[in-house]
Design a protein around this ligand. Structure first.
Ligand code: ZN
Length: 70
């Protein structure tokens, strides 16, 4: 069970690295913080988009190569 907080960015004073895309979240950027209920150490900062993507990712659909359209 994850605890999820949406941050407006105003309280962030240092850049974080998003585990979803491995890119830095610049200072003062609205983003999502999530951690496991029982584990403060698991706390991570995510781009809002990356967190949303994580939620609805489905196995075997992301890397499927689409047939060319004619
Ligand atoms: Zn990201």
């Amino acid at each position: 069970m994850y605890i999820v907080r949406k941050l407006t960015g105003s309280s962030s004073n240092k850049p974080y690295r998003c585990p979803g895309c491995d890119q830095v979240i610049p200072m003062a950027t609205p983003h999502t913080v999530a951690w496991l209920e029982d584990d403060e150490e698991s706390r991570r900062h995510w781009h809002n988009a990356c967190w949303a993507k994580k939620d609805k990712r489905r196995p075997n659909t992301e890397r499927t190569r689409n047939a060319p359209r004619f």
